[in-house]
Design a protein around this ligand. Sequence first.
Ligand code: SF4
Length: 547
Amino acid sequence: MQLTVWTYEGPPHVGAMRVATAMREVHYVLHAPQGDTYADLLFTMIERRDRRPPVTYTTFQARDLGSDTAELFKTAAAEAVERFQPQALMVGASCTAELIQDDPGGLAKALGLSLPVVPLELPSYSKKENWGAAETFYQMVRTLAGPNAPAPGVTRPERPADARPSCNLLGPTALGFRHRDDVLEVTKLLQSIGVEVQVVAPLNATPADLARLGDADFNVVLYPEIAQTAAGWLKRTFRQPHTTVVPIGIGATRDFLAEVAELAGVDPGPALAGAPSRLPWWSRSIDSTYLTGKRVFVFGDGCHVVAAARIAREELGFEVVGLGTYSREMAREVRTAAEGYGLEALITDDYLEVEEQIEALQPELVLGTQMERHIAKRLGVGCAVISAPVHVQDFPARYAPQMGWEGANVIFDTWVHPLMMGLEEHLLGMFREDFEFNDEAGGSHLGHGSKRSGPEAPVESREAAPGPETAIPQTSTAEAMASQTTTPETTTPVAPFWTAEAESELGKIPFFVRGKARRNTERFANQRSISAITVETLYDAKAHFGK
Ligand code: SF4
């Protein structure tokens, strides 16, 4: 067993709790020692749920181990059914309880309960949270929808001509990264091409909803980590096809609509023509300054990293320099995606290994989980969070999907802002000795708090007609000149002139800092007796003041 400070995934019973907590009218009896009740806090504190998860823990203690813990389980299960009256009961064991081998499934069966009981066998020492969620969802679907399955060999009846095509959305859970909002966005997307959503599961579904999953024409696999196993079973058992594209990003949303249209037999043309996202134009317009050629490192769960790498490369013009996942179940997909970028995927659940690779690759932006956010912060690199494991800030009060057209807008904002902030830091560093931006001067936006007083002059007029604050640059120049007295060739200040190319390059700098860039470059040139400022001088000055 390995003890860690951080972990990407919890044990598999936490995955089962994500399914139970997402659903309605179910209860989960978990054979677990007293301390394992900590898992409740993931939902009430991180996701800010207003209710405890529907879980009864047997909470056995050390002194119970010498007596009958199996009896303890049976009592807890019978009392939970009596008290909560669920439509279905899930039973299982946490990591520690697994070791005492009490067989919760067999014990619950022995109780002869009059509701469906779903025994969960989740091997805690070889599997993790996402696998636990996928296995739990599959077992729930199988137990509850199974009785309605057609006999083997019976063909699926054709949809009546006047019926709208319908689908189920599979995969969203409690504690999922933006699952709540993705469901709304994808439902809107499907409605835009005339497809109706019958059941969303497990999020907000009841056992009765799972029982009617087979009624829809096809399934949409929103999160393969969680829904793939159940969707595969539904395909084999009900002959329901399912989607393979996860609609994160503009390209993937288009591909998803085309795939759904094919499954539903509808025309995606009008919806594709609309494509109402600001990402494509903004990423090609002024914002491309922050994007083109930026080196990004991508790490997270399988479906989000594959989508993120595609957006980074195809939609924002980044260079993907590293790609990896902690999801062992999605390793093949991530390896294939990485090969497409000429990379070898990093498949690991050791955050120290991820940190090492980020340090070695020196990206300009990290797209990762909350773990990588910490790593990037330590290394001084911008970061945007794209995947679980989640943190309280991944559950914003506002609408913030990752999928569909609006998801693309959210992604644009989240990824580009760290780069813009990085530029802002850089500019502040570059002009930190400037008369307006030095620490003594105070913030120009602070009004009364600023040391400078008097009306603000427009940027251009301040450049043209320096006011009283020019006392400071004069001092700086004097100091610069004083320091130059030891260097014979710089005793006579020269008045540099700007070559046409340098003037044109200067013109590309945002107007609000252009004047300062001009002054700093001239100061830099003066100190070195450079008479003609070229593009090279401009960048040498930038590098000098940015140190
Ligand atoms: S033994 Fe399992 S349930 Fe208990 S704290 Fe460790 S990971 Fe969590």
